[in-house]
Ligand binder design. Sequence first.
Ligand SMILES: Cc1cc2nc3c(=O)[nH]c(=O)nc-3n(C[C@H](O)[C@H](O)[C@H](O)COP(=O)(O)O)c2cc1C
Length: 317
Amino acid sequence: MTETMDSDHVHPLKLFELTKSEKRFLYTSAPMVRYSKLAFRQTVYEYGTDLCWTPMVLAKEFNRNNFARDSDFTISTCAPQPPTIVQFGANVPLELARASTLVAPYSSGVDLNCGCPQSWACAETLGAALMEKRELVREMVLETRSHLAAAGYSVAKEASISSPLGRSVSVKIRVHKDLRKTVDFITTVLGPEQDRHIDFLTIHPRTRHTPSSTPINIEALEVLTSMFGKKVPILVSGDVFTLSSLPYTSELLPSERPGLTELPGLAGLMSARAILANPALYAGYEACPWEAVDTFMNKVSLSLPPPNSHFGYSCSF
Ligand SMILES: Cc1cc2nc3c(=O)[nH]c(=O)nc-3n(C[C@H](O)[C@H](O)[C@H](O)COP(=O)(O)O)c2cc1C
């Protein structure tokens, strides 16, 4: 992790507000281990993505190891810096809070991964295993908010959106087979309506055991967005392949799609596999245009200067 840059961090809630006023969904690119790195984030940002996620970073290692910090989180010192959410894997409140404070100068917000289904993660009570630990998740987000506030950041949700020091704290979840458990989870983590614990929520409507080849659970998404969508902005992660083929409809989409479930409580979309194949997805391209590959290759070569190079770089990473 390098450089000191405290400027131009748009508050994610401001982006939600802006896109709502434009009568469209907020467009986001998902956290993807190995892939959603700087060059990729810069590329999708050029093609209409509003908010980008880093890959999941393990908070404990990030806090303790300089090499982990340098390899796991890279930002651009050249404008524009895409609005970026740093996602952490954590299971200890203090670890998440410390790691969040470390990245706060360089990001718009932090996110806790409660969805990774991989066995190594679940064995360590990370990722989807946290869906069984709602009190712990609530503690982690509360501790993070209080550390950020103590470090001078503004974490008052809507009241912070105009502050240059405004930062968000969010979680990304999967659903349970028994949806009542997901309702309990969200209720606990969200906290009181007048002073909620998270700025926004991302729902991946598959259980920890559902393969990604199985379509997302629209009924679960409908229940959860109608119960919680007025209390907290909600993003959906899963099966966002193109804007014209979403398996639900909304007034925030360019055209009405009769016969599909209407989701008035949904505020935005998060794409992973599709945006990886086509970074220009949100700009309306049905397939990856050559220019997007070109853009990506240019960003990669800038962000990976040859080792021990004596050339000067206008950007440092
Ligand atoms: C290569 C890859 C890496 C991923 N890494 C993460 C991650 O670091 N954190 C996370 O919360 N989800 C991760 N996911 C899950 C995605 O963010 C997303 O929730 C899931 O793929 C469903 O979205 P999709 O149907 O658009 O692919 C990853 C998915 C893929 C394909």
